[in-house]
Design a protein around this ligand. Structure first.
Ligand code: GLY
Length: 366
């Protein structure tokens, strides 16, 4: 088992990465002083696959669990499901000293984390991410949220978990599409800050997708290590943390344009967004044209979407997509910030982006 620490003073916590962690969950949570019972929020698909394993893992350490399974899918990150979850936690008499467990992918992690943030003004929670996307990104760093009709993740709070248990065994139950969508976020780490990790992924990611557990553990660990270091330096995204949003300004506009539906999964949008961000960077003379070509070649090698034309159905034109980007949380005082790159592993934040180049790149990608 690999162990990392997110260093945030009295809110520091461990990330444990390995095989079979669900079955040892009670023992791994032993330092949380759990008072006999935890409340688990999950989704209906994950409940079928993993809830009994978790129940056994907790009961082996004398911890009982109660659980609520919400519908699977992005539509669950909404006020109605959030209010149902919070009311259920209150019905279960979850108190300030208790622990909520988020068992699932990014939707459940974000919703359960936000519920824990506001329940009785804040209770502890443990993230048990079961998707690759959640293991490498959303379960770490304390961003919690639900969506609004105005955009994604616009209602939320920073609330750090007390522990993250990333059981890579769960990755074996993902569909190829979900695994690859999560891989979009793994690749993002190489692109934003570690060229040698991107080199490693070019050689080893096909083995990860084919089920090589040791390589999955390494990639999850390296991704979490990078995220933990950035979050420790910039917890509330005053600066450097925005690098983690490489590809996301494009992605959020595309997710909005596709109605947060399965036409485009979040990680697929990140993959397309990274390709577009590198293309804009190259056309603005910030990096060489070889860099976007290399990004696109790797996405093709992995069978991931790279262009707007890879997304099924009609999309709005470049003007409308740029307008949708204006709803992004990275808008500061009306100025849209982008994550651009000087090369692979060298991302930076800037508002100095020519929107006509962005429109041209979007048009060429459609
Ligand atoms: N997913 C980006 C962040 O956690 O900051």
């Amino acid at each position: 088992m690999e162990k990392l620490r997110v260093e945030l003073g009295e809110r520091s916590y461990d990330i444990l990465i390995g095989e079979g962690l669900l079955g040892q969950a009670g023992q791994l949570m032993s330092n949380l002083a759990i008072r006999g019972r935890v409340a688990v929020l999950t989704d209906e698909n994950v409940a079928t696959l993993h809830l009994e394993t978790l129940r056994h893992g907790l009961s082996a350490a004398g911890i009982e669990m109660v659980s609520l399974a919400l519908p699977a899918g992005e539509a669950t990150k909404s006020w109605p499901h959030f209010s149902r979850a919070v009311d259920w936690l209150l019905e279960q008499r979850v108190e300030r000293g208790d622990v909520v467990v988020a068992l699932g992918g990014g939707v459940i992690g974000d919703l359960a984390g936000f519920a824990a943030a506001v329940l009785r003004r804040g209770v502890r929670y443990v993230q048990i991410p079961t998707s690759l996307l959640a293991q490498v990104d959303s379960s770490v760093g304390g961003k919690t949220a639900i969506n609004s009709a105005h955009g994604k993740n616009l209602i939320g709070a920073f609330h750090q978990p007390a522990l993250v248990l990333a059981d890579v065994t769960a990755l074996g139950t993902l569909s190829d599409r979900d695994f690859l969508a999560g891989y979009g976020e793994v690749m993002k780490y190489g692109l934003l800050g570690d060229a040698s990790f991107f080199d490693w992924l070019e050689s080893n990611a096909p083995d990860m997708a084919a089920g090589d557990v040791a390589k999955c553990i390494y990639a999850v660990k390296r991704s979490c290590e990078m995220k933990a270091a950035i979050v420790a330096r910039d917890e509330t995204e005053q600066g450097e943390r925005a690098l983690l949003n490489l590809g996301h300004t494009f992605c959020h506009a595309l997710e909005n344009a596709t109605g947060y539906s399965d036409r485009l999964l979040h990680g697929e949008g990140v993959a397309v967004g990274c390709a577009l961000a590198f293309e804009v960077s190259a056309r603005m003379g910030l990096c060489s044209q070889e860099d976007p070509s290399r990004v696109r070649a790797h996405l093709a090698q992995m069978g991931l979407k790279r262009d707007l034309r890879d997304i099924a159905g009609d999309l709005p034109g470049p003007d409308k997509l740029v307008e949708l980007m204006g709803q992004d949380k990275k808008v500061v005082a009306g100025t849209l910030n982008f994550i651009m790159a000087r090369g692979i592993g060298e991302a930076f934040v800037t508002s100095d982006v020519d929107l006509q180049v962005v429109r041209d790149v979007l048009a060429d990608s459609a």
